[in-house]
Design a protein around this ligand. Structure first.
Ligand code: NAD
Ligand code: LMR
Length: 329
């Protein structure tokens, strides 16, 4: 293989998502079966030993595409030359804890990481923030990376998107492969809005096909929006393998493009589309091509959807104001 390896930096590498994620990256599922990768793992000093253990296991898999693993406890070094950065390391929500409580605890992590990305990442850097509160953590990192184009900072709502696909497929008695154009709007939180009004089931409008407003309001939307909490309740720990899988999907789609006639959900910097204030990192329907994303334009937003999008976006604006007050942006 003659291709130069792509540098993939993963923070929180010794955590539970990290453990589910690294092996899939190294096997080629993040970027493609012909793309060699070099992993650069960032952890806090106390967790470096555990990351070393994971690196030993990565060695033991003998992945042909894995050209090396470096472990750091220094953000500046970890992001040097990074082409893709997966910002996973953060404090996960535990039972009874609201996501808002996480703002202060996690905000401090993403400022130095944004600075480190600004200082040393490769020109084509693509950042996915997974660590919660993901949208606002991405906003913090972005605001400390003034030399990096704003569109390179994204946050993950692909897990919500995938959860919504699974719920809709079950309701309609179809395979997820039959579904297109589903959208998650807003924040990766309980206010998010999974929208099926533009979605399609085997080419037909999903909302009309399902035709069950009570299910939509009382079952589908709350099930998707509160799924993170339900997993925590059931597992005693936040989602890990599904979150890692969604992170793989997010970057793979960003790099390799959305399918013709479909789109995905990504939290990206708003340009004011659909009334979302410019600069907020909010989830939208996006298409991707040649490593760039674009917000799908021209969708008609009905009154039902409008209220829910506005509520989630209002929460994002509150989070932005809170981190601004804390001096984090
Ligand atoms: P975890 O506690 O198992 O692992 C987190 C890891 O991050 C730990 O190993 C910790 O040492 C490390 N870490 C902490 N601060 C760090 C720093 N400054 N630099 C580098 N590493 C650091 O948590 P997890 O279950 O892997 O979850 C990670 C994050 O992902 C949490 O914030 C969780 O809420 C979030 N999450 C997001 C989604 C989503 O859909 N966006 C889904 C699931 C989980
Ligand atoms: C999830 O959606 O599973 C995670 O974001 C965990 C959480 O705190 O909700």
């Amino acid at each position: 293989m003659t291709r130069t390896p792509v540098n993939v930096t993963v923070t929180g590498a010794a955590g539970q998502i990290g453990y589910a994620l690294l092996f899939r990256i190294a096997s080629g599922q993040l970027l493609g079966a012909d793309v060699p990768v070099r992993l650069r793992l960032l952890e806090i000093p106390q967790a470096v030993k555990a990351a070393e253990g994971t690196a030993m296991e990565l060695d033991d898999c003998a992945f042909p595409l894995l050209s090396g693993v470096d472990i750091f406890d220094d953000a500046t070094k970890a992001f040097e030359g990074a082409n893709v950065a997966l910002l996973v390391g953060a404090r996960p929500r535990t039972k009874g804890m609201e996501r808002g409580d996480l703002l202060e605890a996690n905000g401090g992590i993403f400022k130095p990481q944004g600075e480190a990305i600004n200082a040393g990442a490769a020109d084509d850097i693509k950042v996915l923030v997974v660590g919660n509160p993901a949208n606002t953590n991405a906003l913090i990192a972005r605001s400390h990376a003034p030399d990096v184009p704003a569109e390179r900072f994204t946050a993950m709502t692909r897990l919500d998107h995938n959860r919504a696909l699974a719920q809709l497929a079950r309701k309609a008695g179809v395979s997820v492969a039959d579904l297109r154009k589903l959208t998650i709007w807003g924040n990766h939180s309980a206010t998010q809005y999974p929208d099926i009004f533009h979605a399609e089931i085997a080419g037909k409008n999903a909302a009309e096909t399902v035709n069950d407003q009570a299910w939509l309001e009382n079952d589908f939307i709350p099930t998707v929006a509160k799924r993170g909490a339900a997993i925590i309740e059931a597992r005693g720990a936040s989602s890990a393998a599904s979150a890692a899988s969604a992170a793989i999907d997010h970057v793979h789609t960003w790099v390799n493009g959305t399918a013709e006639g479909d789109w995905t959900s990504m939290a990206v910097v708003s340009d004011g589309s659909y009334g979302v204030p410019e600069g907020l990192i909010s989830s939208f329907p996006v298409t991707t091509k040649d490593g760039a994303w674009e917000i799908v334009q021209g969708l008609e937003i009905n009154e039902f959807s409008r209220g829910r999008i506005d509520a989630s976006v209002a929460e994002l604006a509150e989070e932005r104001d809170a981190v601004r007050k804390l001096g984090l942006i």
